[in-house]
Ligand binder design. Structure first.
Ligand SMILES: [Mn+2]
Length: 381
C-alpha cells in the first residue's frame, strides 16, 4: 500500500451567527470571515502537504444561513485542489434536505457527498482505500446509526466518515445527535474513523481493536467553551499504521482569565495580572473574557474603559465579568452615628430581605452610596 495522507476536519459552521455568544456584531463579522480564512488555510495545507484525501465530517455550513456567495466560495476552493478527493458527510446543521446546496448545486468532480442516512462507500483502488460515509438527511437524528455499519471487508483500508455523538462523553449542553458507543464502530475492520459534532479535538479510547476514532474538533472556536488554539488533524497511513497529528489553524482565539483582586489596591495590579497569564498570545487577534473575583479594596478605582485602553494592542475585544465584592466593612460602617451609617443600615436590612440572586443591584447601590457620602467621585461600572 502506498502512503496515504489525509486531512480530517469538521464543524466549520460557515455563515454561523455569533449573536448567542454575546459578541458585538463587529466581532461576529470578524469571526465569520475568519472561518472562511481557515477553510482557505486548510485547502492550502492540503495542497502543500500533498494529501490524497480531505475528509469533512459534517456541519461544514449552517443550512439556515448559507449564502450563494459562500457556496460559490466553497466550490472555487474545492475546485482549486482537483487532484485531492474530498469527502463530506452532512451533519445536523447542514443536513442533506431539499433546498440544501448539497442537493441543489453542482459540486466539483473531486467532491463526494454522503447525504443519505445509510452507510455508503466509495472505493479508491489506486490508494487501496475504501471510504464509507453516513450523512444526516434531517436536522435531528436520535437513532444509533453506527449499529447499521456492517463489518467491512478488509481487502482495503477502511476510513469511516460521519457526524455523531459519543454517548460515553457528552460535553455539557451538547445535543446527542446520532448517538453511538465505541462497540458500534470497533470490531468492524475500521482503520480510521473521522467524526464531527463535538468541538473538542480528541481521540476516543477504544479497548476493542486498533481502529483510531477521532473528533477533529472545531478549527475556529465559536464560543467560550472552545478556547485556545483550534485546528484540524493531519493523518498519514501506510501498511502498518495510522499516524495523526494536530495542526493549529485558528485565527481569533478565545481565552478566559480569572483575576483574584483580593491583594490589589491599584488597577495596575489587575493589568499586570492579566498580562502575566501564561499560554495566551496577547495580540490584536486575541479575544478575552476577564472574570474579576474576590474582595475589591475601596481604594482601587475599577475603571474598565481605562484598563481596556491600556490593553488596546494586546486584545481585539475584552468581555469583563465583574464578580468582585467590596472589601469595605459595611457592618462597622452601619454602627457609625452618621448619615453614612444610617444609609448602610437601611441598605443592609433591604439586602437581608432580598433573595440572594436579586441582591447585586442593592449591593451596588450600597457601595455607590457610601462612596458618595464619603465625598468620593462615583463611577458606575
Ligand atoms: Mn453538529
Amino acid at each position: 500500500m502506498k502512503t496515504v495522507r489525509f486531512i480530517h476536519t469538521s464543524d466549520l459552521h460557515l455563515d454561523t451567527s455569533f449573536s448567542a455568544s454575546g459578541f458585538p456584531s463587529r466581532i461576529g463579522d470578524r469571526k465569520r470571515e475568519a472561518i472562511r480564512s481557515v477553510l482557505r488555510r486548510i485547502i492550502d495545507d492540503a495542497r502543500s502537504y500533498n494529501v490524497d484525501l480531505l475528509l469533512i465530517a459534517g456541519d461544514l455550513f449552517e443550512l439556515e444561513r448559507i449564502t450563494p456567495d459562500t457556496f460559490e466560495f466553497l466550490r472555487q476552493q474545492f475546485d482549486s485542489i482537483r487532484d485531492i478527493r474530498i469527502f463530506i458527510s452532512s451533519g445536523n446543521h447542514d443536513p442533506c434536505v431539499q433546498g440544501s446546496p448539497y442537493k441543489e448545486e453542482t459540486w466539483p468532480a473531486n467532491v463526494h457527498i454522503f447525504g443519505a442516512e445509510e452507510f455508503q462507500f466509495v472505493e479508491l483502488p489506486d490508494l487501496g482505500v475504501r471510504v464509507t460515509g453516513f450523512g444526516f438527511a434531517h436536522a435531528r437524528l436520535d437513532e444509533h446509526h453506527f449499529r447499521r455499519l456492517p463489518v467491512l471487508s478488509n481487502d482495503f483500508f477502511n476510513i469511516v466518515l460521519s457526524h455523531g455523538s459519543d454517548v460515553g462523553r457528552v460535553p455539557e449542553g451538547k445535543s446527542k445527535h446520532g448517538p453511538f458507543s465505541i462497540d458500534e464502530i470497533a470490531g468492524k475492520n475500521v482503520y480510521y474513523c473521522a467524526l464531527g459534532h463535538y468541538h473538542q479535538q480528541h481521540r476516543l479510547s477504544n479497548a476493542i481493536d486498533d481502529a483510531q476514532i477521532w473528533y477533529s474538533g472545531i478549527p475556529e472556536g465559536r464560543g467560550w467553551d472552545e478556547e485556545g488554539a483550534c485546528g484540524y488533524l493531519l493523518g498519514e497511513m501506510d501498511g502498518g499504521s495510522v499516524r495523526v497529528e494536530s495542526q493549529f489553524c485558528s485565527q481569533y482565539d478565545l481565552n478566559t482569565i480569572v483575576v483574584n483582586c483580593d491583594a490589589f489596591s491599584t488597577r495596575e495590579q489587575i493589568l499586570d495580572a492579566i498580562l502575566e497569564q501564561r499560554g495566551i498570545r496577547f495580540n490584536s487577534k486575541t479575544i478575552l473574557r476577564v472574570q474579576l473575583v474576590g474582595a475589591l479594596d475601596p481604594r482601587l478605582e475599577l475603571s474598565l474603559p481605562e484598563i481596556e485602553e491600556r490593553l488596546a494592542g494586546e486584545a481585539l475585544y475584552i468581555r469583563w465579568e465583574d464578580q468582585t465584592h467590596s472589601a469595605l466593612d459595611f457592618d462597622s460602617i452601619s454602627r457609625e452615628k452618621t448619615l453614612r451609617g444610617r444609609f448602610v443600615r437601611l441598605l443592609n436590612d433591604r439586602i437581608a430581605d432580598t433573595p440572594e440572586e436579586e441582591r447585586a443591584v442593592l449591593e451596588r447601590a450600597r457601595l455607590y452610596g457610601v462612596q458618595a457620602l464619603s465625598g468620593r467621585e462615583v463611577r458606575l461600572r
